[in-house]
Design a protein around this ligand. Sequence first.
Ligand code: PEP
Ligand code: MG
Length: 742
Amino acid sequence: MKEANKSRALLHGLLEILEDVDDGQSRLDRITDRITNILQTDVCSIYLLRSADTLELSATKGLKADAVHLTRLRLGEGLVGRIAKELNPINTANAPAEQGFRYMPETGEEKFVSFLGLPIMQRGTPLGVLVVQSRESRKFSDDEVGTLKIVATALADMTELGKFVSDRHAIAAPHTRSAQFYGKVGQEGVAEGHVLLHESRVVVTNPIADDPQFEIERLRASIDTLRGQVDEMAATARLNATKEQREIIETYRMFANSRGWVQRMETNILNGLSAEASVEKEQSDTRTRMNRAEPYLRDRLHDLDDLSNRLLRTLMGLTQLTHADIPENPVLIARQIGPGELLEYGNKLKGIVLEEGSIGSHATIIARAKGIPLLVQVDGILSEALNGDAILIDGEAGTLYLRPDEDVTAAVRSKIDVRHEQQIRYQKLCHLPATSRDDVTIQLFMNAGLLSNLPSIESSGAEGVGLFRTELRFLAANRMPSRSELAAQYSLVLDSAGNRPVCFRTLDIGSDKLVSYIKREEEPNPALGWRAIRIGLDRQYILKMQLQALIRGAGKRPLSVMFPLVAEAEEFEEAKEIFLRVIDSEKEKRDVPASVQIGAMLETPSLAFAPDRFFDDVDFISIGGNDLKQYFFAADRQNERVRRRYPTLNTSYMRFVQHVVDRCQKSKTPLSYCGEAAARPIDALCLAAIGLRKLSMRAASIGRVKHQIRQIELAKIRHAIDLAQRSSVTNLRDAIIAELGP
Ligand code: PEP
Ligand code: MG
């Protein structure tokens, strides 16, 4: 039989078996039987994943029947485990000589030296392994491999739909069993809700079809629709997208028109798969390639993956998610998300889970600004979660429970209660100062960026807003906000803060905070590129417009403004000069603030060594520790691999901050620290101990930082730091923890 005929005969057989037999085990047995018959092999076995990392021999024709449901392998163990882990077929004429071979005596497989195993996977997620073996030492032909790949694709869809589940040996199909995942905590907090996939997944229900011509026509019609959509995207992009977005769309276009892509899918159909399953098979192959590709190519393959998703949705007549589809208490799940996209969800989200993502990214900062529990780098979540699934996030432990059972739900709920009680305890400190036992008072301010953050100023006990990130308003829009819109926002911010001071930071975009309406060149190292005050000074109309809006929003009220990422004195001087000129011209037409404070963010090491005149000239300095650390350690704040290597309590970094404190004390320049470290109690203590008297952090952390400061004598912490600095340690944490005692 020819390859296409063989695979069609096999797929047909599978359909018949599914229709004839109810019992899951008998189905698997008949399938293995049919495969050995048609492929003329001695053995066919199906291993299915019983848990996240255990494969079980679930059916066999040719190996010892007693081994079924007994033989188990871990992912990566033996040839079968290796196939499920690496998602690559193994085809060998001499299995025992193959790397990682593990002999399992209970199966009696020693007689069969030829081995061909393929992953049963769905869009890159392993579900099991399909194996054929022969006595005769030979490599299986490409045709045989091709046929079995098609069969494995169809099996994957059936496995997912639970069609093999028998009463006796219930193998919970993925997407129905409860599962636990781990990630890194971007924002603490506990959330309970339902999954909302940023890019919805689809489940194919008809993997096998017997009218290839009809399937090919369906596929072609959907590809035409898809091409139309991509052309439309390209036309819109030509008008208003960034170069990067245009490039992505051009790649889409290239793939959508690629003949190879279409041909591969049509061949899958000729081999017996439905149009949907053929797209899925292509997608699985792409994902396998993606895992092995160079980073640059991986991005491109992501695009192709995305395109397959769209095609699948079109084929199945599914539209993009509408608001009506948003479940109750939505917890967003995405591979990666930009700050703008996140803001588009408004205030609906109860939690966010990213399969990739990083703690230092601006999307994370937005989640923090909104106080939404966030986990990043949650491996495997995307292939497991379906829209509407129940989900619990324990953003303390970095754990996530998908489709949790009652016990887990009860345990997490009790954690929610404990947390609530703790908040009530902190609440009691709300109107007390953050004064240490040796009578040093630290001012605690909050960071904000959205008007909706301001109500928490009261309940958090913040003395004011130490950093208002004005760019969030820009990121949320798809056009440049007008001066009057901004002035209205700033005025409302000051209204909400009442008499408490607010420090506005001017637009800090660039790096990962991109807005489509400000044109920019692609940069090799965006974090070291055109961002923050550099854009402000090069595009002065934007800076001036924003300063006017700030002045108008403040009216007669005092105004405090700081410039981000100042690297040398001249940049500050130029920006200040612009500010003063704007005030002068505003003065002629309207009321202007009774007083202005003009500050700079110290986020580059260079500024710490600026001439004295800078320290004398600036009204205040705020250390932007997130950026400062990234430049101090040369470690990208968005790159999880390197970001966590260097703690804030690293002795070199603390010495450096001490240097800034000393210079500010000498010049009597008010100094604050507004990076994320200020929100961590031990880090905050150390910053206070080396002389910082003002810390700005997210509102939710003020209570516990205050609680910590009120427990200790700052002089003792200082002493512990001095001792540790004189010893050879590079991290102060242990010394401080020892000082704090149990
Ligand atoms: C910082 O860099 O520490 C900072 C507060 O600014 P952002 O995190 O917004 O860059
Ligand atoms: Mg910064």
